[in-house]
Design a protein around this ligand. Sequence first.
Ligand code: F0G
Length: 358
Amino acid sequence: LKTAPPSVWKYKDLLPVAIEPVSIREGGTPLYKCDRLAEKIGVKELYVKHEGMNPTGSFKDRGMTVGVSKAIELGMKTVACASTGNTSAALAIYGAKAGIPSVVLLPAGKVALGKIGQALMHGAKVIMIKGNFDDALALVRELCEQEPIYLLNSVNPYRLEGQKTIAFEIVDQLGFKVPDRVVLPVGNAGNITAINKGFKEFVTLGITDKRPKMTGIQTEGACPIVKAYKAGADNITPEKNPETIATAIRIGDPVNARKALIAIKESGGMAESVTDDELVQAQKDLAQLEGIGVEPASATSVAGLKKLVDAGLISKDETVVCVTTGHLLKDPEEVISVCAEPVTVEANLEALRKAVFE
Ligand code: F0G
């Protein structure tokens, strides 16, 4: 097992699935050492765990391979979720692979184009809700209570079991070393909870002897967990109208908030918010200094790290892992809106020279 390449099912002994899993080779994502970005931010050692390299381009595949396998094991015939986009793409492909119908509820007008494309092409029933993600989640929970439909949002613990493998892989890829800190975006707050659980399990099993400080980043327009953390509260006050360019984490009432606040506290971590401008700058830095293309939500990890290092709240001597949760191609419209427009020229050498050298 020690020599097998990292992937979700490398760790099957630690996953609660008894059948042959529904798998599309998820996990095993790269952990890049990012020296140029480390220098810009001012930390000694920085790694990026690029979850955009999963089959659908986000970490949600880790949770869905386990969640949909469990649905099949339990004999469920239909699966459903509410989503800001990525969860719906993941549910759609694993539902397709398993041969069962999937239903996804999305907040109308607030989902990145690539994600809708994935959900549609993989054959999910895509329903746009005239409301935000929190409204969609409340609705799908009600539907699944009344109908024999298996709910695969992160209120489902099997999802989080799959996502905890991010922690296992980080340890594995660092040669059984544990980083000082893991920084990641927080929306519905499942992933920070899941990764924290993974690190804890490795300590319990005697594989490692310490855990990283879990550090969650939100955007200023949608940051109930940051507010609760800063107020020293153990639960959030929901935000009614969350708004951010990072539509993946445009969430005002995260269902796993309590668990996330515990994970942050017991690991000695923290929570911080960044502006949309700061996250776009981090997205460009990842892309242009390291060749790592991420969607806006993912870049909050790097933007948050920079803010906390600048504020002196994170020591420059730390070894840090930033998790980038989704791929650049998920949200092409955002890219077009934040980058300079391409130039169009006449098809002759003179015009080309002008465009190249001007
Ligand atoms: N990054 C991306 C790209 C996401 O899609 C999400 C969540 C998160 C971070 C936050 O993770 O919710 O576990 O705290 N997306 C969900 C979805 C809500 O429906 O795709 P979290």
